[in-house]
Design a protein around this ligand. Structure first.
Ligand SMILES: Cc1cc2nc3c(=O)[nH]c(=O)nc-3n(C[C@H](O)[C@H](O)[C@H](O)COP(=O)(O)OP(=O)(O)OC[C@H]3O[C@@H](n4cnc5c(N)ncnc54)[C@H](O)[C@@H]3O)c2cc1C
Ligand code: SF4
Length: 470
């Protein structure tokens, strides 16, 4: 019987996940790569739409239909090559993009059946290709232009920009504040979503292509953008991200035991070899109750990290409901499987401490959803008199991030009211020759949008430098 079912109607083949009781005891990747048979069979569910909605929904406009067709035919190497044409990190996007909000969310099969597991296939074909080819294959490099470009920030935006410029024949130096390149892929996203060796492999590939990395230097402090131009760089790309934590102005916020999410994630997920000298001791949360405030990816990662550190109860308090939360559904599901408790429509109003100044409780208020705001999301409104208290040994704040510009004062770099850099259609800022992209332009966003900006900025820099030399 099952042989006669049209492929599209077959149940979707999800990547298998390690059992929750096993995975909360380590920090290794939770999802497992598809097998060749699974990838081929799942790709065959694609109905080859004429105007694929998934490709429009992908920030990189990946040629998804083409590589699904190739995968369904078992032509994995060609499929991977096709996916590399539009993406600088397809093996990473396949692992961590919130596909339910992007390509898979737009897949028309999802209307009646289940969307194709696009991300899992993207992950498989690329890992397959790297295994077969002995690493990431090198692209063609254009003849040297003789010009040098500086990239500030080695996150996905900066790395994509650097790669695209090297391919166009530029000499590129990437300046990075942390001791190792990768941005949030190393210093933020936990290993259980993305193991560090996957990022290290990309960095090794970029070095082999000729990208030069200068790490442990914060541009704007000792070396300015003027210094970089004076050193002979013809253009500069700023991919400095958005990692300044937003902190609520709530009574008791200064209590001990209240932590910002990103430093918590870094000290508990990043191995010593990536860290500068300092006290990076891991938290021991054995038997503790941890309350995480927020509903995005950072909150989900903090909750799941707290579980792995031995916390007995891990509670997420978020002011909207599950339907209206910003985080990926896949991550919420994984957190629930790992025993995280969710309190929807809940907002903190006050932190209550003990006589030694340590947080002990979070006073919360229940919320209801009102009219949609300017982004179309329903606004949470407090319900008067619905206050209640939550016990907490540790509170983690994951309320999002503000942009991290290189310099706050320089009037040559115009910023929006939200603190992000203003850029034109070429990704050039108000300072001629200085370009920007990724989270520092969009506000905290996604891997795929950062890659997109890095690629677009490289094209913009190329156009700018060619026009200048004419
Ligand atoms: C905890 C967490 C989990 C996430 N999970 C996901 C996910 O699952 N899927 C997804 O798609 N996205 C996720 N994101 C978002 C994604 O990581 C970011 O959108 C993406 O990394 C942005 O790339 P970027 O290059 O703009 O900035 P970043 O990755 O932040 O890189 C910026 C780099 O610039 C460096 N820098 C800053 N200032 C200077 C300076 N003055 N001089 C030198 N270097 C400087 C920083 O040290 C950093 O390395 C997550 C984010 C967080 C915080
Ligand atoms: S980059 Fe992200 S959105 Fe685009 S196809 Fe891959 S998983 Fe989907």
């Amino acid at each position: 019987m099952s042989g006669r079912v049209a492929p599209a109607k077959r149940p979707r083949i999800e990547p298998r996940k390690r059992p929750p009781e096993e995975r909360i005891r380590d920090f290794l990747e939770v999802s497992l790569e598809l097998t060749a048979e699974e990838a081929q069979s799942e790709a065959a569910r694609c109905i080859k739409c004429k105007n694929p909605a998934c490709e429009q929904a992908c920030p990189l406009n990946n040629r998804i239909r083409d590589w699904l067709v190739l995968t369904a035919e078992g032509r994995f190497l060609e499929a991977a090559e096709c996916s590399r044409q539009t993406s600088n990190m397809p093996e990473i996007c396949g692992r961590i993009c919130p596909q339910d909000r992007l390509c898979e969310g737009a897949c028309v099969l999802g209307i009646k059946y289940e969307p194709v597991a696009i991300g899992a296939i993207e992950w498989f074909i690329n890992e397959y290709a790297f295994r077969q080819l002995g690493g990431i294959p090198h692209p063609e490099i254009a003849p040297a232009t003789g010009e040098r470009v500086a990239v500030v920030g080695a996150g996905p935006a900066g790395l994509a920009c650097a790669e695209e410029l090297v391919k166009r024949g530029y000499r590129v130096t990437v300046f990075e504040a942390w001791p190792f390149p990768g941005g949030l892929l190393i210093y933020g996203i936990p290993n259980f979503k993305l193991e560090k060796w996957v990022v290290e492999r990309r960095i090794a590939y970029l070095r082999a292509l000729g990208v030069e990395f200068v790490c442990g230097i914060r541009i704007g402090e000792h070396v300015t953008l003027d210094d970089l131009f004076a050193q002979g760089y013809s253009a500069i790309f700023l991919g400095t991200g958005a990692t300044i934590p937003k902190r609520p102005k709530i009574e008791g916020i200064e209590l001990k035991g209240i932590h910002d999410a990103l430093p918590f994630l870094i000290r508990n997920n990043v191995e010593q070899r990536f860290l500068p000298p300092g006290d990076w001791r891991r938290d021991d949360l054995t038997g503790k109750t941890v309350v995480v405030l927020g509903g995005g990816d950072t909150a989900m990662d903090s909750l799941r990290t707290a579980r792995r550190l031995g916390a007995a109860r891990v509670i997420c308090a978020y002011r909207r409901d599950e339907e209206n939360m910003p985080g990926s559904r896949r991550e919420v599901k994984a957190a629930k499987e790992e025993g995280v408790e969710f309190l929807w429509l809940t907002n903190p109003v006050r932190f209550i401490g003990d006589e030694n100044g340590w947080v002990r409780k979070v006073e919360c208020i229940r919320m209801e959803l009102g009219e949609p705001d300017e982004e179309g999301r329903r606004k949470p409104i407090p319900i008067p008199g619905s206050n209640f208290e939550l016990e907490a040994d540790m509170v983690i704040i994951a309320f999002g991030f503000d942009p991290s510009p290189v310099s706050l004062e320089d009037p040559r770099l115009k910023r929006t009211p939200w603190g992000t850099y203003e850029v034109d259609e070429n990704k050039m800022t108000s300072w001629p020759g200085v370009f920007a992209g990724g989270d520092v332009v969009r506000g905290a966003d996604l891997l795929a949008t950062a890659l997109r900006d890095g690629r677009d900025a490289a094209a913009g820099i190329d156009r700018y430098l060619r026009a200048r030399s004419r």
